[in-house]
Design a protein around this ligand. Structure first.
Ligand code: ZN
Length: 383
């Protein structure tokens, strides 16, 4: 993880031990080794991802997401479920949330552990330097299903805002990764409406980040790690509901078998109709539970090989352009942040007068946010 004396935060709507957030803080041969119960007999000497987050990353100031079950001992009561979820909780019996709290107490740091929205809302970022928020036993809820009441969960934008408020207090800057993880999950179920509303939740988070930072000192990168086999069919009338049936009458819109089709379709997945095409004109295809038809049967829709988009704003954003291999993005981030092999790049800036009128620019704040489209993730780095 990019640290180099700067503050660090990780935010995701998935389990915080899931693939993308774990990449920011853990090393493991298998993404599935999120908890010790997944490693029995196969991973002697290795440490599960949840343990790595708590024991090896005590400097991380912001940890917000789902996946509470992997941080509780197998006999611990889950505070939200009101029972143990022992099949998924930790075999070693360790309550890692308590380990996190004890570490902060021992070091006399201002820290809050929260697991619902009212607790989250009550955290004052002005006098809180460390926050651990685990809002679901597993993944957080889809935005379309989210309980935003006091017992519910914060939105991705709300988590992003709180994260930046806490991390921005560090005059040396910060790195923040924000993932809109569940865009991907809904696509895997051929559930376009839930997926696209997750995109809107991510858009809200990007707006928050843009509004709270200055492009003269903060690099924001928004991209995806892969696409999905998700398509928009042509020729519906202008203004037709994107979740609806292609409504043009005529040879442009009607399939060869005379049965209409929806604008949104998948190339594969669990909504394959086994050769009997359903007449979708008699179905509410705009409902959040409607699953768009897939062309080939699979238990789970797959990722795709098409290029994904990438956007950047702020210092060194000009390095993001045209078509890039994915690993290039990491080099841009380290170069812009003056870390890893690029520490010398900012040496001349360190010596400038901190009271100069242009001090923000002189300090070379770097705030990198990668938002992954389709499978949208946000990464923030702020130096
Ligand atoms: Zn996926």
């Amino acid at each position: 993880m990019l640290v180099s004396g700067r503050s660090v935060g990780v935010v995701s709507t998935a389990r915080i031990t899931h693939a993308t957030p774990a990449c920011a803080y853990a090393k493991t041969p298998s993404r599935d080794w999120e908890v010790d119960g997944e490693m029995v007999g196969v991973a002697e000497g290795c440490t599960d991802i949840a343990s790595q987050l708590i024991y090896n990353n005590s400097y991380a100031k912001v940890i917000l997401g789902g996946g509470r079950q992997y941080f509780l001992g197998r006999n611990d009561l889950d505070p939200e479920l009101n029972h143990t979820n022992s099949g998924r909780q930790r075999l070693d019996g360790v309550d890692l949330t308590q380990v996190w709290k004890d570490d902060k107490d021992r070091r006399k740091l201002s820290a809050e552990y929260v697991w619902n929205k009212s607790q989250f809302d009550s955290v004052d970022p002005r006098n809180t330097d460390y926050i651990l928020g685990l809002f679901e036993a597993g993944h957080m809820q889809y935005e379309l299903d989210r309980d935003n009441g006091t017992d519910g969960e914060p939105s991705l934008a709300e988590m992003t805002q709180k994260a930046i408020q806490i991390l921005q207090k560090d005059s040396k800057g910060f790195f923040l990764l924000v993932e809109g993880a569940r865009i991907d999950h809904a696509h895997h179920d051929n559930n376009a409406r839930r997926s696209l509303y997750e995109v809107l939740a991510l858009e809200d988070a990007v707006k928050v980040a843009n509004d709270m930072t200055d492009e003269s000192d903060t690099l924001i990168i928004v991209t995806a790690d892969h696409a999905h086999v998700f398509n928009i069919a042509g020729y519906p009338k202008r203004g037709n509901d994107i979740f609806g049936v292609v409504d043009n009458v005529g040879e442009d819109a009607i399939a060869a078998d005379g049965i209409p089709f929806t604008t949104l379709l998948y190339a594969n997945g669990n909504s394959y109709d086994w050769g009997n095409r359903t007449n979708v004109s008699s179905i509410d295809t705009t409902h959040k539970d409607y699953l768009q038809v897939a062309a080939a049967p699979r238990s789970s829709e797959t990722h795709a090989g098409s290029d994904v988009t990438i956007y950047a704003r702020g210092p060194m954003s000009h390095l993001i352009h045209s078509v890039h291999e994915q690993h290039y993005i990491a080099h841009v981030m380290t170069y812009a942040a003056c870390v890893a092999d690029n520490t010398q790049r900012c040496d001349h800036l360190e010596n400038r007068d901190p009271n100069s009128a242009n001090k923000n620019h002189d300090r070379t704040y770097l705030y990198v946010m990668c938002v992954l489209i389709n499978f949208l993730h946000l990464y923030f780095v702020h130096v």
